[in-house]
Write a protein that binds this ligand. Structure first.
Ligand SMILES: C[S@@+](CC[C@H](N)C(=O)[O-])C[C@H]1O[C@@H](n2cnc3c(N)ncnc32)[C@H](O)[C@@H]1O
Length: 333
């Protein structure tokens, strides 16, 4: 019988980790993952989480205010977490530990140091840049103090054959005496399949009009946009501002006649078609972003969550397949 691993999902958002754990439970004969509790302060995120994981106790509180007795009594084997990334980004002014949004992670460090949480394994996800922060230093010191060995990995879905850039820093930690090995390049590419965007995009006739840009908007922002087509093998990382701003927030799709999409062209080359052939630009739909983030097909947004909220939540989220591979690696270590 599979060993049941009790999981605490912190900063749970819409439950990307939970999706990865469910997928892993399906594939693994050795382990079955039971998310005993999830914690997040954001009500929209929690509405989505609840909609998809009705039976998981979900606490709408800042982690620093959750009862220590409650946390202790969970007897957690595995903690998975994606603390807020704004303290480590340029847009967030890189205030690091002086940013209040770092308080959640600081309190998790304190729970670990004081033995309130004593998991055997921890997986943390954050942006590239976290690894250069004081918060990271504090976290690694805490892992050493508590007897964990750790490994830092930088991975993007592109490494797994998914045509979407989303470079993230992952810190794997384990109390096992065996060293956590690096992810070999063989493992990174074992899931490689058709790498073009075409298989992730809806047929043109199924894309609602609201996703298309007005001509004047397309022309105005074209210089700062990243444009992709069905044959592209890459699209930009979707941020929480996708749909509101055009620069650096995620790619736009060129909907065109088949002649254009036959060849793989750069963004600059594709942009010429917008001006010369009257081709139309559109945003990726939320369902396309979900697919690029490798969410299982049963995952959905409740109707009450607006399009803007969906993009925001997805921009904060993670890639389910990358996390599943990392968990597999951690549990194999
Ligand atoms: C990067 S997102 C996590 C995304 C998540 N892994 C997912 O799959 O959607 C960070 C989350 O932390 C939550 N958060 C921020 N500060 C928090 C705190 N102090 N306690 C609990 N949750 C917090 C935010 O509401 C946000 O949903």
């Amino acid at each position: 019988m599979a060993e049941v691993i009790n999981v605490l999902e912190l900063f749970s958002g819409v439950g990307g980790y939970h999706c990865a754990l469910n997928e892993l439970s399906k594939d693994s004969v050795k382990y079955s993952f039971n998310v005993k509790a999830a914690v997040d302060i954001n009500e929209a995120a929690n509405t989505v989480y609840k909609h998809n994981f009705q039976n998981t106790p979900l606490i709408t509180k800042a982690i620093e205010t959750v009862s220590e007795k409650f946390l202790r009594d969970l007897n957690t084997d595995l903690v998975v977490m994606s603390p807020p990334c704004q303290p480590f980004t340029r847009q967030g002014h890189k205030k690091d530990v002086d940013d209040q949004r770092c308080n959640g992670l600081q309190s998790v460090i304190s729970y670990l140091e004081r033995g309130i949480l004593k998991p055997n394994w921890i997986l943390l996800e954050n942006v590239k840049g976290f690894d250069e922060s004081e918060a990271f230093e504090n976290y690694v010191k805490c892992l050493d103090f508590c007897g964990y060995q750790h490994r830092v990995e930088f991975l993007s879905p592109i490494d797994f054959g998914i045509p979407n850039a989303r470079l993230r820093c992952y810190v794997l930690a384990s109390k096992s005496s065996k060293r956590i090995q690096p992810l070999s390049s063989k493992m990174k590419f074992q899931t490689l399949n058709d790498c073009s965007l075409g298989s992730y995009l809806l047929p043109t006739e199924s894309v609602p009009e609201e996703y298309y840009l007005k001509n004047e908007t397309a022309l105005k922002y074209l210089p700062v946009m990243d444009v992709v087509a069905k044959d592209s093998t890459h699209c930009m990382c979707f941020t929480k501002s996708y749909g509101r701003y055009y620069e650096g927030t995620g790619s736009l799709v060129l909907e065109s006649n088949s002649e254009i999409s036959q060849t793989s062209l750069t963004s600059t080359e594709l942009k010429k078609y917008v001006t010369s052939c009257n081709a139309k630009l559109r945003r990726f739909t939320e369902s396309e972003v979900l697919q690029l983030h490798c969410y299982p097909s049963w995952f959905e947004f409740p109707d009450s969550i607006t399009m803007k909220q969906r993009y925001k939540l997805l921009g904060n989220g993670l890639n389910v397949l990358v996390v599943k591979e990392l968990l597999l690696h951690l549990f194999g270590s």
